[in-house]
Write a new protein. Sequence first.
Length: 257
Amino acid sequence: MKVVTWNVNSIHARLDNVLNWVEANDPDILLLQETKVVDQEFPIDDFGDLGYDCVFTGERSYNGVAICAKDEIHEVKKNLPGDGPEAQKRLIAGRIGQLRVASVYVPNGQALDSDKYPFKLEWLARLRAYLPELTRPDQPFLISGDYNIAPADLDVWDTKAMVGSTHVSPPERAALAALQEFGLVDAFRLLEPNKRQYSWWDYRAGCFQRDVGLRIDLHLVSQALVPRVRRVTIDTQARAEEKASDHAPVILELSDA
DNA sequence: ATGGTAGCAGAGCTA
């Protein structure tokens, strides 16, 4: 089984790239972030033509998450408890067969002195508090997406250049560690303890061509899934395409239960 | 190079 997480940076602007990629790679489950469309405008027919059922929660211009799957999606939950209708659309969860999945778009934080930074930390704390309502540690569960946090220095192109920036600050990494303390494992790092590979590269200043990037797109899998993790592939080829997202899709391959 | 590019929206914000 193939599960993919991909921050597409607008599903409308990226529709051809995404559909072509999905046809070529044939994932069972697709977890999308930054769809940037209201629910009425999500391209369900295009995914339907490829055989996918989609659920989503989105808004105009910013944020937006989705789950697309070949099998039926059950028990769909959108956003965090206490989120009103105006809340940023950053989380969607569901169950496909026995597997519980969630697509997450963690706030960027912008800068350590921005009011968006405490919002990021508070949002992560709320997500941590919500985990017991999404699953139990012994269930097959994964929560994947754009965490906007590089877990360790090995996930950063240049730690010195990142001093004083978001994505690497100790409070952010502590918030990610708190999520993992629920029993969630970074699947890429599980299989590749020493590999340096990124999932996001800034559009500016030729960052992709220079491999100036961060690994911030993660598959966090429950203990029950750990023995089933076969391979994790960051498809940097997709980032090199014309009109590419600034994030690469990350493919998680699981063996059967 | 305190810049650079991309998306949305149609100026400035977000990333």
